[in-house]
Each structure stands twice: as structure tokens, then as C-alpha cells.
Ligand binder design. Sequence first.
Ligand code: HEM
Length: 151
Amino acid sequence: MNSLLKRALLPILALAFLTPALPTLRAAAGEKHSALEDAMDKMNGAFRKLRRQVTDATKNANSLELVATLRAASEESVKLVPKLAAERPEAERPAFIAAYKKQMQEFTAALAPLEAALKADNNAEAEKIVADLGARQKQGHKEFKKQEKKG
Ligand code: HEM
């Protein structure tokens, strides 16, 4: 019984106790979710829905709410710094951060014509702008996001 306890039960018990602690362990290892990742996750939820419904004029009121979510999250993102900045040589870091902020500001600015198009029920135009925002997302991630992560 004693050796059965050790070989079979202990690993199961250890797993049961440790599993809830995994996020804490990850945080202790320095893999904390950044404020920018939180803002990006908000953008992601809104953008996925917007992409699906942007051609549907009956959903324009809701689409405008999604754009407002994108705006709030991108304005917040402008104030934050990508994790990748810490990996850049010190001399290059300010330029890296400035380029990131500029691109994020341009993303925020590109939301104004989208709002105008949705308010005017011009869904064909809104669809084009959403495609452009998708391209900006891709470019932003290519330049400023660590490549091993999703998105
Ligand atoms: C529709 C637009 C966008 C969406 C839906 C989006 C979505 C996401 C998602 C899902 C992540 C991963 C978050 C996580 O790991 O939890 C992410 C990370 C990131 N995104 Fe975006 N993104 C968008 C636009 C942009 C733009 C325009 C830029 C840059 C100008 C950008 C820069 C970044 C960076 C730097 C990260 C890594 C976070 C960090 O370093 O802390 N994203 N994004």
C-alpha cells in the first residue's frame, strides 16, 4: 500500500494541487500578461465580430459600438510599450517605441472614416476600410510583436 501510494497516488495528488497554481507559476517565471496584450485581446474580440458583420447594414449600430471598443483599446495601446522593446539594443529602443506609437496612432486615425461610412450606411466602403485595418494589424505585428505568439 505504501509503495502504491507513492507511485500511483502521489503524482495524481501533486497534479491536482499544482494545476490551479499554473498561472501563478507562469507569472513567477516572468510570463505575465502585459497591459498591451490585454488591450489587444479587447481589439481582437471586437475586430473578429466586425469582420463578420461589416457588410450587414442592419447591424451598423452594433458595428459602431465595436469600432468604439477598437478605438478605446487602440488609444490605450498608444500609451503602452511592446514587450519586444526590452529586447532591442538600448540605443535603438527609443526609435522602436516611437515607430510603434506612430503606427498605432495611424491605426486609431483610420477608424474615423470607418465610423463615417457606417453612419452613412456605406457598407461597401466600410468593408474596404476593415480590410485595410486587417493589413495594418498584420504589419504592426510583423514589426512590433514577438513572433512566437498567436495573432
Ligand atoms: C485589428 C487590429 C488588431 C488586432 C485585432 C490585434 C490583435 C492582437 C492579439 C490577439 C495579440 C496577442 C495578445 C496576447 O498575447 O494575449 C496582439 C499582440 C500585439 N499586437 Fe496587436 N492587434 C491589432 C493591431 C495592432 C497594431 C496596429 C499594432 C502595432 C502598431 C499591434 C501591435 C501588437 C503588439 C506589439 C503585440 C504584442 C503585445 C506586447 O508586446 O505586449 N497590434 N495583437
